[in-house]
Each structure stands twice: as structure tokens, then as C-alpha cells.
Design a protein around this ligand. Sequence first.
Ligand code: RIB
Ligand code: CA
Length: 316
Amino acid sequence: MSPKRIIIDTDPGIDDALAFLFALASPEIKFEALTTTQGNVTLEKATRNALSVLELAKASHIPVVQGSMFPLVQPLRASADVHGASGLGNSKLPEPHSKPVAQHAVDFLIEKILAEPNKISIFPIGPLTNIAMAIRKEPKFAKAVRELVIMGGAIQDGGNVTPQAEFNIYVDPHAAHIVFHSGIPITLIPLDVTQKCLLRQEHIDRLLKINSPISRFIRDAVNVYLKVSYERGFEGSALHDPLTLATIIAPELLTLKEYYVDVDISGGISMGNTFADIYNITKKPPNMKVGMNVRSDDFVELFTQRMEKLSRSITD
Ligand code: RIB
Ligand code: CA
């Protein structure tokens, strides 16, 4: 089967960077471009980090296109509390030599998707601002996107940025509302499954047996994430963003359910809450497939094996 063509829309971010590496290590995927947004860090840092990680992985041929500096309505949130001041934990990647494409990500997405309708899937793994702006700017965009595979939301799990809201949705809930009601085929990968897929110290120790800038980057980037994860009672750091790629690489590991899902934009205490009509009370048709279970040990093993393969291919 020919590799699936994807664009990743991202706010790198430690687990975002792991998702780039996972895509690069996976022949099932043709990683066509990377569009950036604010979220874990500011847009400037997100773009720099994207360029630096691709350079580390010898993948600077992949275009990086800068997008939204602010959410649609909410104030900018980008905070250093989880991903560190740089956004990539304690890793010290050199300033990138490559530059972003001289076009706004929203225009890039519209141009690329309309040029080849229903051929390219977009993987938003940060706030959905760029995607919402493309939907609003170009009415033909929604019908031309093959699929969105979104890391975001929490259905039966609690939130990770407020007790009711997951970070990507909370940062720009209005964008999520536009995207969820756009009619684009959506697969949502929420905290319910991503928080079961934990990269633990034993996996990092395994990678460090390989003398590679990739394995050392993963150690330096993830150790900040690990500390926050332990403080929250987890035994490892959640592979939130990389899990979206399991929909291509190993779909058998995910249990997807079709639900009508909406997001609270009423501005109160549950702002950004994502809820599924599990018992079809509203009688509204499902608007997405939702990851509700995962063979987590198998996924983490698959991820680790692909990181070992990538580390062996990029040595000092
Ligand atoms: O809630 C997890 C999500 O928020 C991940 O995409 C992480 O990178 C942050 O953006
Ligand atoms: Ca992210």
C-alpha cells in the first residue's frame, strides 16, 4: 500500500517533536509538510523548534510553514510550565540553518489541499487555530481535506489544563468548535487513550544504548516531561501526539467509536470541555470517530522500536 500523505499542524512541544520523529521513522507515512501554531510555546519558538528537530533528523527537505500567532478569541497562553522555556525540555538543539516557507500556514494549507482534493490528511496536534481559519477563509477547503486526525479533548477522562478541558482544545475552543462542525471527516485521539501510552525511563534507557543524537535528544527533551508526569501521578510521559499516527501505522491498536462530539464555548468553568453524546440523547448524527481504547503497551513498544531504528540511522 502506498504511504499515506500527511501534513502535521503543530505547537512543538516535546511530544510534538516525538511525533515528527515517529512519522520520519515510519514508511507507512509520507510526511509532506509541517505547519506551526502557538500553543505549548509562542509561534516564534514553535517554528524554530520545528526547523531544529527536522534538521536534527536530517529532514530539512520538509517545508515548515508558520501560522497563527494568537488564538481566535482567547488570550495567548503559551507557558513554559510543561515543555520548558524552549518548548523542547532540556534539549539544546543548535539554531536551525533552514527557514520557514515565506507564506502563512493558512494560505499554504488552502493551496496545498485544493490543488489535490481528498489526497492529503492533516494531523493537528496543537490548538486548531490554523485549521479553523482555513475553513473560514476558503469555503471549498472543508470538502477537500481527506481527513483530520486530531490530538485533543477528553471524553470520559478529566482535563489536563483545567479539570474539564484538555490543553489543545482549551487554548482555542472557538477554533475547535468551527472544526468539529465543519463536516470534515475527523478522528479524535483524546486524553482517554493518550494518557495510557506512557514512555517510561526504561524505554529511554533502552534508546540510550544507541549512540545517536536522536536518542540523546529524546532523553534531554523527555526528562522535563517525565518530571511533570510523575508529579501528576503518572509512571511515564504520555505520548499524546505520536499516538495520532497509530491511525496509519497500526490502526488495530486503537478502538474507535463514532460519536456526536461538541465543545463548550460558553465561557464558564467548563470552557473547552469536549463531550460525546454516548447514548445518542440529542439524536444528532456522529461527527467524528473517537479513540476510546488502545493497546497501550503494544503502542509504546512500537514507538520505541521505531525510535531505535531512527537512532541507528542517525549517528554522530
Ligand atoms: O494535551 C496534550 C496536548 O497539548 C499535546 O498536543 C501537547 O503537545 C500539548 O500541545
Ligand atoms: Ca502538541
